[in-house]
Ligand binder design. Sequence first.
Ligand code: GDP
Length: 695
Amino acid sequence: MPRSDIEKLHNVRNIGIMAHIDAGKTTVTERILYYSGRLHRMGEVHEGAATMDFMEQEKERGITIGSAATTVFWGDSKINIIDTPGHVDFTVEVERSLRVLDGSVAVFSAVDGVQPQSETVWRQATQYNVPRIAFINKMDRVGADFFMCIASMREKLGANAIALQHPIGAENDFRGMVDLVTMKAIIFKDETLGADYVIEEIPTNIKAKCDELRAALLDELATIDEDNEDFMMKVLEAPDSLTADEIHAIIRKGVCNNKINPVICGTAFKNKGVQPLLDNIVRWMPSPLDRGTITGINMKTEEEMSLEPNDDAPLSVLAFKIMTDPYVGRLTFVRVYSGTLKKGSSLLNSTQEKKERVSRLLEMHANQRTDKDEFFTGDIAAVIGLKYTKTGDTLCEDSSPLILEKMEFPEPVISMAIEPKTKAEREKLSMALSALSDEDPTFRVSTDEETGQTIIQGMGELHLEILKDRMLREFKVDASVGRPQVSYKETITLPSKAETKYVKQSGGRGQYAHVCLNIEPNEQGKGNEVISKIVGGVIPKEYIPAVIKGVQEGLNTGVLAGYNLVDTKVEIVFGSYHDVDSNEMAFKICGSMAVKQAAKAASPIILEPIMKVTITTPEDFLGDVMGDVNRRRGKIMNQENQRGIVVFNAEVPLSEMFGYSTQLRSLSSGRASYTMEPSHFEKVPAKIQEEIMKK
Ligand code: GDP
């Protein structure tokens, strides 16, 4: 069946809503769901019944962690809302959802303007080239200041923030907004849920200001499309002759090309401004067509190919989120980049090189799911039946195998030992851990070879704590965890080589393997590359995978203190075998021994995770707070003073950040706050390396 009219590709919007915690992202999303007619009973956030928050503990914490996708309809358009989390520990979730969005609405609190966390998310969106508009929420709050927010977006985010509305009334008296395109007032008569608005003339007291803002807006728009002389002429000579459609078309162009960030306002909580927000999402935000072709790699030719956003093109699908659902089991959220995804079809997971079957396709709404037979280019779908697919994998047709650009995930920085409260739960725990690590590539599970303990690794204490909570709720496993530890890494600083023989001849069948390899430092962040340069069958072909596996396992447990060895390049160059005594196991052990021997001679060092910490403190406490950061081996990067509040960035080793929130509170009588996110890995000072090795 071809796509129905309402879903014509240019009517599809895939958007995210991003915000600092508490700016009102959940409330805005809820109201969008309500006004678009999908949700009939409103759950207010403070009652803990928000619909987007699928996961139990999110309700308790009042923050949204998982990124769920929800489909709503507005006029002729279909809007897929991909929920992006607000907390720093979950930046990977943000990145993963940014990847599949075509545009985003940034929600700011009218009282606070740009807050540190929104800076992080904004920067990530810039990196992924995501077009953005801004919704200044909480216009009803005391101290709300629309134009302060625009100024802070320009200043702190470097955004080309442009007012497309002018608020009418302020704080308790906020009644609506002037639309600077139509030059009409949108007035909300009351603040009950579902209240409609009326269109009126602009109140006389702000008419002059609105005229001025509109002139500035048109001037800016005239610079967006230099080829459009007609528009430029009209702006110069007869601005009143411009129609709303003409102006919207240019705004849309400016948004899609990331040249402007239109700013509008409202109060989600008091139900003012949500319908105009939806109208403008449809008017200004890109459709999958605006995003244009995307590139993939043709797996037959290994060459780059461009994929048209077209239902008849070869199928390319990217999995961006795995969720375990209590009713239907494993749900894979995907975006269809090209082609048509059909229920019942078998697909190739080209990342894992595994066959998959689509047993059901669901469209997710806030409080219901609809079974569908097919999804088209540009759609977001939830798939049931995929067994192997992980976040970031490509799915395609067997007949035209291709792979989309892979997502890169940061290395975890913190680890904890975990064990079930009772022995009987051991198996359940390992099932839970494996399901959770499938969902979240920054959550890893391993076994400590010496102690036999199970170790979990993640992006921060809160990240691991939430996963532990989910194990209890979703998998009914009660686990206890050890103290959080820093996930150090090891690497080498010089090239080196090794020749290793693994030979056993006492009793029974003998063992024989012989491996020569070279190791050298790889670019930072590149991970390990292990390749075979064996020629002439000196090591038979069938044993080479075993050598590579052995080398990889050897690298996993390092040579200084047992941490992962990263960023090395290993070349297996020579060896020999024995007709009777050689086998896979012998070559695997030999590979592992050889790489360890080589790494030991390659001047290994220990690396530690460095966090980017952003601290906000009243000036009065600045001396104490900075002194403390220095004592924690922190490097202060830059600072900014705004009306007596100082915000500064520092790079601090994670190992020095335990217990920081308590310390910061006591240094500042509770007035300073901070956020932190992993930045990079750095060599630890010699003295500390010794201490780590002793442990
Ligand atoms: P999130 O953390 O960004 O998802 O923010 P929430 O939607 O959970 O909102 C945080 C708090 O602000 C909640 O108590 C909301 O009821 C409240 N809130 C949200 N929007 C508004 C608004 O427009 N005006 C006022 N006064 N409060 C709001």
